[in-house]
Design a protein around this ligand. Structure first.
Ligand code: BT5
Length: 261
């Protein structure tokens, strides 16, 4: 099993057209998303990937932190999509993560709206899509992906007990470069499908564990409860409130919890 990441291990025999043609690897960095955004601002070619052995200041949404110890995948991908494609990038990323985990491990991940990948009911991967938009054009978009691969979650008290890793689930390790390569292949497949006009929405919607469940949505200090009725094509969640009204929740602005958590 290939245990460690390196640009050569990732790009060797990589069957992609443009994603991962340039891989920038750091044994340890603050946050791959920050470095990928710097690369994008300098005009990095589309498909550039920043990947790290570990992150010291990994970030989640809403200024939360993301723990990426050694044994994680922490990678960020630079893309230049059209504005209309931005809401679909979370679908590209989530489906690519789920497909690659399934292909490499046989596990069957499900998705939790808006940006979590679960194995069983535990979080194995989180996604952070960031973009810079000027008027009607996108300067750049960065898809950041963290996957818990080869470490024991219980060894890291900062990681919540609702998390898991692939090795915790499998009882054995997974090839880190092998999973990273497959992730890049799946990302390219999903992104090219999006560019060609295909819809990822149905597969994404059908992979969500969230729908039909009672949920609590926290946003700006206020809490709403209701049934997660559906998701719209733009990725937003439609929440049926107890009074019967529908509330539209935009992905990325809220935290959503199953009430049982
Ligand atoms: C996310 O945020 O899930 C997005 C995580 C994105 C991480 C990638 S790694 C590469 C790139 N570079 C970055 O700096 N970020 C991206 P959110 O939904 O806000 O979840 C954050 C919450 O997940 C935290 O508040 C913790 O409760 C929990 N958490 C932190 N580390 C975790 C881990 N390793 N596994 C599972 N849960 C974790």
């Amino acid at each position: 099993m290939e245990a460690s990441l390196s640009p050569e291990a990732i790009t060797q025999d990589l069957e992609t057209r443009f994603i991962g043609r340039r891989v920038i690897y750091y044994p340890s960095v603050t946050s791959t998303n920050e470095l990928a955004k710097e690369e994008a601002r300098r005009g990095a070619e589309e498909g550039t990937v920043v990947i790290a052995g570990e992150q010291t200041v990994g970030r989640g949404r809403l200024r939360r932190s993301w723990l990426s110890p050694n044994g994680s995948i922490a990678l960020s991908l630079v893309l230049y999509p059209a504005v209309a494609q931005l809401p679909s990038l979370i679908m590209v990323a989530s489906l690519a993560v789920a497909r690659s985990i399934e292909a490499v491990t046989g596990l069957k991940p499900r998705l939790k709206w808006p940006n979590d990948v679960l194995v069983g009911d535990r979080k194995v991967s989180g996604i952070l899509v960031e973009s810079e938009v000027r008027g009607s054009s996108v300067d750049y978009a960065v898809i950041g992906i963290g996957v818990n691969v080869n470490f024991r979650v219980a060894d890291f008290p900062e990681i919540p007990p609702t998390a898991t890793s692939l090795s915790d689930e499998l009882g054995s390790g997974v090839s880190l470069p092998g999973l990273a390569r497959r992730l890049l292949v799946e990302l390219e497949g999903c992104y090219l499908a999006l560019l060609a006009g295909a819809s990822l929405y149905e597969e994404w919607r059908d992979s969500l564990v969230t729908l039909g469940k009672e949920v609590r949505v926290e946003s700006g200090g206020a809490t709403q409860v209701g049934i997660a009725q559906s998701v719209a094509r733009d990725g937003s969640l439609l929440l049926r409130r107890p009074d019967g009204s529908l509330s539209r929740i935009v992905a990325g602005e809220v935290t959503l919890r199953h009430q049982t958590e």
